[in-house]
Design a protein around this ligand. Structure first.
Ligand code: CU
Length: 350
């Protein structure tokens, strides 16, 4: 049957949509390029991450071949059986063909079976049996919307920035994460180190990887967990054994106690900050929000929502929602003077 011809309408604004499309393309390419360095599954730094990348390419390859065959057949048939000049009626219609039906049932079954096998192989590569006994254990707890990292064997507790020793000549420690949740489901994803694994309330999921090269690796919560899910970022910092030892030594210390900022410390301890935050060495022992004992050791505030500097810290205390709308840290309507005093105090917590 011939379809009636429809004249395409010429849009008066065709050029705007074209410009928008090009702009969008440029933006996308820019994002891809920026992400390519760091948030990319295509530059794996560990064995599980490489396994996931290889699986991706294998599946893409198989899907690509299927696409070529199917599209090729469509084009072939469209050309071979096109309507010729002078042909008015439909060609003879054929129904049923056992060989073809068997073929298109068996071929997808085989394809799915092969995909199943390669996925199972990758899953065992990623999960393995269990991590070696001398792994560095870290309990990673997902909160709305930040990460808590507890090192049970090292006696420290930090937030949002996970420090680990890196691979060095003669030693490749394994990092064994125990993933838990304080509220809803989150997902731990540092693309260059390993795939997504969920934090599920009431259970502990495990993932582990060999320490990567020295460097910083960005990550992101990968399971929608509420309004600030996008601002639930994390950074993994892989340091040399010596750097890691120094960092650990510093983290173990109680908070600095500088007389010059006594006024700020007193305000902090008098306010309800202490119901939610811990500063070791003071009376503050809350566990609702991040441990602030070594706040200044962190590069960012509020799980990567902004850089950790004087200006943003001031803004955060004056109005957390201005930086992270809907955050679980309430606006305490502090006076300008209190904010300045407390910022001065927090700025000494190295
Ligand atoms: Cu999330």
């Amino acid at each position: 049957m011939l379809l009636p011809r429809v004249e395409p309408k010429r849009s008066a604004h065709g050029w705007t949509s074209r410009v928008a499309l090009v702009g969008w393309g440029v933006l996308l390419a820019g994002n891809v390029a920026a992400a390519a360095e760091d948030l990319s599954v295509f530059s794996p730094a560990t064995r599980p991450a490489s396994s996931i990348r290889d699986l991706f390419f294998l599946v893409l390859g198989i899907a690509g071949v299927i696409l070529l065959i199917v599209e090729g057949l469509i084009f072939y048939c469209a050309y071979r059986f096109r309507q010729r000049r002078g042909e008015k009626s439909e060609p003879p219609q054929i129904y049923g063909s056992t060989p073809i039906e068997v073929a298109w049932t068996v071929a997808p079954l085989l394809t799915v079976f092969v995909l199943f096998l390669v996925v199972v192989r990758s899953v065992t590569e990623v999960r393995g049996e269990s991590p070696p006994a001398d792994s560095l254990r870290v309990i990673a707890i997902g909160h709305q919307w930040w990460w808590e990292f507890v090192y049970p064997d090292l006696g420290i507790r930090t937030a949002n920035e996970l420090y680990i020793p890196c691979r060095e000549e003669g030693s490749t420690p394994t990092i064994a994460l125990e993933l838990q949740s304080a509220d809803v489901i989150h997902s731990f994803w540092v693309p260059r180190l390993g795939g997504k694994t969920d934090h599920i309330p009431g259970r502990t999921n495990r993932m582990w990887f060999d320490a990567p090269e020295r460097g910083a690796y960005h990550g992101q919560c990968a399971e929608y967990c509420g309004t600030q899910h996008a601002n639930m970022k994390l950074l993994v910092v892989a340091e040399s054994a010596e750097e890691f030892r120094l960092w650990h030594e510093q983290e173990r210390r109680e908070a600095n106690h500088e007389a010059a900022v006594d006024a700020g410390r007193e305000r902090f301890l008098a306010l309800n900050c202490i119901n939610c935050h811990t500063i070791r060495g003071t009376a503050a022992a809350g566990t609702v929000g991040p441990d602030l004992t070594h706040l200044m050791a962190r590069r960012t505030l509020a799980a990567g929502a902004c850089v950790n500097d004087h200006e943003h810290l001031t803004q955060w205390l004056a109005d957390p929602d201005a930086i992270k709308p809907g955050s679980e840290m309430p606006n305490l309507h502090l006076s300008r003077q209190d904010v300045d005093l407390i910022v001065a105090y927090l700025s000494t917590l190295h």
